[in-house]
Design a protein around this ligand. Sequence first.
Ligand code: SAM
Length: 220
Amino acid sequence: MSEHLEEARREMVERHLRARGIHDERVLEAMGRLERHQFVDGPMMNRAYEDRALPIGQGQTISQPWIVALMTEALQLVGDERVLEVGTGSGYQAALLSRLCAKVYTIERHSELLIRARRIFETLELDNIISRRGDGSIGWPAEAPFDRIIVTAGAPQVPEALVRQLAIGGRLVLPVGDRREQELKVIDRLSESAFRGRSAGSCAFVPLLGKEGWSPNQPG
Ligand code: SAM
């Protein structure tokens, strides 16, 4: 079983990530080591290395490996950064970040998901992850500024609070669009008031719900 999963993970890295344009060797190496099957429920384990999002409960998903790799590569981590993640979900993205930067702050609105993710962080001894339950659309003001911010749920617009909590020289990566489809945006903070943004392609995330996200009751 574990040999079969190890082989599937190797194939995921080569076929779905490297062959499709992911170049950052640190990201490829970390995804080659991190056991995605530990972040999904038993019946899903055998599908953990397919290039697709999988259900994790509460109507939420663990993101597709390709998009995780793309967003992580876009963060351009060298190892000394403090990173905020909005949307802990299964904990997979946070665990990956924890192996690529100095400290990860991650926020999740569903306590059931957060509790499960924390258990995995403990098992894997990922001691540089700090997590809390809450509305990540308003960031984590007490710990700001952050060198990098990654949002793993689709926002209707770029949350002002997250922009304010970005360090000068920092980078924000997030999906922005409607509830079904978004554009992946990469925003650099060049100075106190100057920003530069680009699009890194289209994607489809579950909605970011909260004060600077979608209203939980909003249609469409
Ligand atoms: N990064 C996750 C992983 O590696 O499994 C996948 C995230 S899943 C696609 C999106 C997550 O964002 C869900 O768990 C959802 O509950 C959470 N979420 C949505 N709005 C949020 C908010 N305002 N604050 C915190 N988490 C939020």
